[in-house]
Write a protein that binds this ligand. Structure first.
Ligand SMILES: CC(C)(COP(=O)(O)OP(=O)(O)OC[C@H]1O[C@@H](n2cnc3c(N)ncnc32)[C@H](O)[C@@H]1OP(=O)(O)O)[C@@H](O)C(=O)NCCC(=O)NCCS
Length: 165
């Protein structure tokens, strides 16, 4: 059957993040994390020479500029790269966007001379842990009782590492 506007499967592109994306990235970040970052914080982060980001947007939406589907921000300095934050719209979860954003960040880090990549994750964040393990990240350190949620529950932070081959 021919695709119609109602049956069309969404398609996404992953492109470099610019300061114009920061307002939407801040809004998405605020939906997905208890402590949000405002758009000014995103802009100043992105303007640092060691920092870069990617966004995912739908390419076959009816809107001229479809909503931001996800983004990642990372940094690279002296051979060491780090994922600073990553978020995907909850309704678009498990569609491969986190994977694609991470691949873009790893590729860019490598092209800037990054030899290894680090990230920090709450050990209760099963979606993120699943994504990072599938990408080949391994636990490098554990910081017990590092995070506190809204109910005062404590959880550990895992530092994960992957060699950028
Ligand atoms: C973590 C996050 C970025 C994953 O994005 P996503 O687009 O849903 O991930 P993908 O669809 O690319 O999934 C890739 C793999 O990650 C794992 N994964 C993703 N979501 C998962 C879930 N809910 N439970 C278990 N594993 C999951 C799976 O291994 C998956 O591969 P599979 O679908 O073939 O099994 C997304 O859940 C998110 O934005 N979470 C809120 C913000 C956050 O926690 N960021 C990370 C902070 S460290």
């Amino acid at each position: 059957m021919r695709d119609t506007i109602f049956t069309r499967t969404p398609e996404f592109e992953v492109v470099a993040m610019t300061t114009e994306d920061c307002r939407e990235a801040s809004a998405l970040h605020g939906q997905r994390f208890a402590r949000g970052w405002n758009d000014g914080e995103f802009v100043s982060l992105l303007l640092q020479p060691s920092t870069f980001g990617f966004v995912a947007r739908q390419t076959n939406a009816l809107l001229f500029k479809p909503q931001l589907a996800g983004f990642v921000i990372a940094s690279e300095a002296a051979g060491e790269a780090e994922i600073l934050t990553i978020s995907v719209q909850e309704k678009l979860g498990r569609a491969g966007l986190g994977w694609r954003l991470m691949q873009a960040a790893m590729r860019e880090a490598r092209s800037r001379g990054g030899q290894s990549m680090f990230l920090e994750v709450d050990d209760g964040n099963l979606a993120a842990l699943g994504l990072y393990r599938k990408l080949g990240f391994e636990e490098a350190a554990r910081r017990p009782a590092y995070y506190t949620d809204a109910e005062g529950r404590r959880s550990a932070a895992l530092v994960m590492k992957r060699v950028l081959g």
